[in-house]
Design a binder for this molecule. Sequence first.
Ligand SMILES: [Ca+2]
Ligand SMILES: [Ca+2]
Ligand SMILES: [Ca+2]
Ligand SMILES: [Ca+2]
Length: 500
Amino acid sequence: MKTLLSLLVCLVASQAFGQGTSGDPDDFFDCPPGEVGTYGAYNTSQCYVDQAPYVPPGGYWNHPVVFLHEQGNPQADIQILLSGWTTMPTTCTDPNFWEDGYVVVKPCAGHWPDVTLHQVGGINPMGWWGYFSGLSNSWRLGLAASQAVAYGGDPNGGLTLLGFSYGGAGVILQSMLLRQADSYWGNQIEVVHSYLPHTLFVKNFPNDPSVDLAWLNADKTLADFGLQAQQGNLDDIYYRVTGTSGDAVSDFDLQFFSLCNQHKIACFGTWHAGVHSILAPGINLPFLERFPGPDSNVDIGAMLVVFTNSTANHLGPEGHYNLGLEWNMGPDYVDSAAEVTVPLRYRQKTNLGGTIPDQPSTVTVDVTMRRVQALDTTPGTQLNWLFGYQTGLVTTTIDGEVTVAGLNIDNSEYYEDLIIYVAADPNNPDYDNDGWVDQLDNCPLVSNPAQDDVDSDGVGDACDNCISIANPDQTPSAFDETCGAACVTMWCGGTYCINQ
Ligand SMILES: [Ca+2]
Ligand SMILES: [Ca+2]
Ligand SMILES: [Ca+2]
Ligand SMILES: [Ca+2]
């Protein structure tokens, strides 16, 4: 019998980070060597524009330019921020500009060649980021993305569209239009973050008579979310809706997420009704800025994880969709010919306030992997899956995609691997080749032909996080995932795991 001591160690990781933008930023920027900071989940580098033509008239660039880099990725993301009804900045004579990692695109009349054709009641409809003649103006986002490349963005790193207020509604419409107006940049869209969206016109779209006036002869079906979803044009985009407008419109949210659910589009959202603010009185929705960590980023070159039919959703005037569900594309993530593995977790949220109930401690959810690359997902292929002690068999129907339905995920700070793999005998799958099929194996991921289980808790010694004490739920300790809470003891010198 052996004794394992696991000592809590605090590591302070310092990440070396070089000067990093794509191309040769020195062509355009004066970047002080070694200049690096952090902003949320990002590293930043701060440079100063020193060359025309990237200094707009009026010396707008008399402030530093900050690039955001995903940690581990030295190249700057291209993020386009659509400004809302009120312009940012207020003058419309400036071109797009690049600040804090975003190309900011303003809804100014001067930026649209045919704006006067689309005014409604004397109001510039461009400000609404949706009332315009469809494709003819969508090139502007592609142009903005191209400008970002000149400023040091990574042309192959994916595109994020972010918008506030009317801009928040606009990014959803523009994500559909750009796909059709500019195939290159349209296919680079990885994240659409609609922040405090002013969704009234989207809700009424395309049945609002004023849309007819503004849209003129353009094809409104190009910006019909339901139709575009049905045609599969939105499959690769991750939509994130945060907050909502002051119009007390929840209909759009419900309709939007209903379509996400129906068509397996990757969506996340939290909203409340009544206040065009991130904080509604008495409501404590966690409004995450983007993703909780760099390993839960969406990457256009990697698998896209889609959650649907979550039993933890609350769909009402105040509510949330896919709240608490996360994936992790860090070191454990695999997309190979033999298997795909994606770590998943669910963190239950409680005390949300308003009319929103606590989330359940266990969620049941369907998980679809889109953009599967190496694993054979030819329609008709049989694949087996494993998640803890849950197992199953799926038959693929769409190439590049596989869905595991009805997964139960317990509330936990720790991730658990969802493994979808090719079994030699799909009807008798044995992932670890120890002679025990997955369903009967007391440790399905580790070969243990003897199936030893000294504490008879159903979890084989080979993977029991507390070998000598029965703990069938395997609740991990707070300080070490591999040490069960049942095995923790406190000593004066620290916290130890006694797993014997
Ligand atoms: Ca086995
Ligand atoms: Ca085993
Ligand atoms: Ca055991
Ligand atoms: Ca045990």
